[in-house]
Design a protein around this ligand. Structure first.
Ligand SMILES: [Fe+2]
Length: 396
């Protein structure tokens, strides 16, 4: 396509707000599908989230099967198992219920069921030929943005890398953000998924693929996270804060799906692939250190981020305003108890291979500057040292 033309990607339909799940049946009848495969995980089944949706389906005569074996950081093996189940049960569309992992598996099943082959064939940009099987993506966390994006991640357990697929053929037919599904989310999950949303917005705002539309969504999302995340973590039943985080994560998801990501996600994918570090935790730990690295290349925009997070930058130099953005993110992480890199399974001996793989990650090309391997190693060492220092401070 001509470089001067911007193509925008989004779900066909979106519902945001309390009670949205009750509207699902009319969208199902509009596309004439017959049998759903619900893709979810055991943790959500235990707390009864999928039942809230199956009650709606049953009341309206919609038939379905359930696949609930999805794990965090889903693997090629899980994807293959889910695709086999989809075919064996004669399903023709997917209802994904969950955070990023079930929705990512749903996108992989959608593409593979319509295009054949194996998931490794689709790593990278727009590798499929045909539209995937329809997806209704019901988000249960306010972070990944997976219900809105054309991106999904699958872990190749043999190579210990996360493959990123970016494909317009896997966009949801219907995306749902119902804050009532999120009120029971544990504090730590609310915090880490909220920081994932913030990372999407910040990376999209400084990405080389940004445009005026994604800029407005990204800055709006940053402001919403700054205003609502602390309350959503502290008072999980606060529907206003939960609804604001739904908007923030959706807007941030839209922004990064169209503008691209950057160095934070490129490194975070490696921490997930190597140590199964939860995605939001990895992003939250890396975010201030990567902002510090990027700062000289997008100083003015960093100042806008500081303002969106509530810092008055009047009278500050561009350098100080950009530093204030980093400090505001550090303060937010501290306030919501994000762990340090030293509390994860990260091993300093792996930094070389982690950096090499991060350079190859599909999130990296839209970072404002392309780092060297040594610079990525430096970011990881700084994040680790920061954890050590903070542990010492907290122990005295
Ligand atoms: Fe993310």
């Amino acid at each position: 396509m001509d470089a001067q033309i911007t193509e925008l990607f989004q779900p066909v339909h979106t519902l945001i707000g309390k009670g949205s799940i009750n509207e699902i049946p009319r969208y199902i009848s509009s596309i004439g599908v017959k049998k759903a495969l619900i893709i979810t995980d055991e943790g959500l089944c235990k707390i009864g989230t999928p039942k809230k949706i199956t009650d709606v389906l049953e009341k309206n005569g919609c038939i379905y099967e359930v696949y609930s074996k999805v794990q965090p950081n889903p693997t090629v093996a899980i994807v293959n198992d889910a695709v086999s189940y989809f075919k064996e049960k004669g399903c023709d569309y997917i209802i994904a219920i969950g955070g990023g992992s079930p929705i990512d598996v749903a996108k992989a099943v959608s593409i593979l069921s319509a295009n054949g082959g194996k998931i490794e064939d689709y790593a990278g940009y727009d590798r499929s030929q045909r539209a995937g099987s329809p997806i209704i993506a019901i988000n249960t966390t306010a972070g990944t943005g997976s219900e809105v994006t054309r991106a999904y991640v699958v872990t190749d357990e043999l190579r210990k890398v996360k493959m990123l697929m970016v494909d317009g053929n896997c966009l949801a037919f219907l995306a749902i953000n119902d804050p009532e599904l999120m009120v029971g989310m544990p504090h730590s999950l609310t915090a880490s998924t909220g920081m994932d949303a913030l990372t999407h917005a910040i990376e999209a705002y400084v990405a080389t693929g940004s445009n005026p539309y994604t800029d407005s969504l990204a800055i709006g999302a940053i402001k919403l996270v700054g205003d609502a995340l602390r309350t959503a973590v502290r008072v999980g039943s606060d529907i206003k804060a939960r609804t604001d985080m739904c908007w923030a994560e959706y807007m941030a998801g839209y922004a990064f799906s169209n503008a691209g990501l950057g160095i934070v996600h490129a490194i975070a994918h490696q921490l997930g692939g190597y140590y199964h570090t939860p995605h939001g935790v990895a992003n939250a730990i890396l975010l201030p250190h990567c902002m510090e690295f990027n700062r000289p290349y997008c100083m003015e925009r960093m100042g806008h981020i500081a303002m969106a997070l509530g810092t008055d930058i009047t009278g500050m130099s561009a350098d100080d305003a950009s530093k204030a953005a980093v400090q505001a993110v550090q303060q937010l992480s501290h306030d919501i108890n994000i762990p340090y890199l030293t509390s994860t399974k990260f091993n300093l001996n792996d930094v070389e291979i982690l950096a090499e793989n991060a350079l190859k990650d599909a999130s990296m090309p839209t970072n404002p500057v392309q780092p060297t391997k040594e610079q990525i190693v430096e970011v990881l060492v700084k994040a680790y040292s920061d954890g050590l220092v903070r542990n010492i401070i907290e122990s005295v």
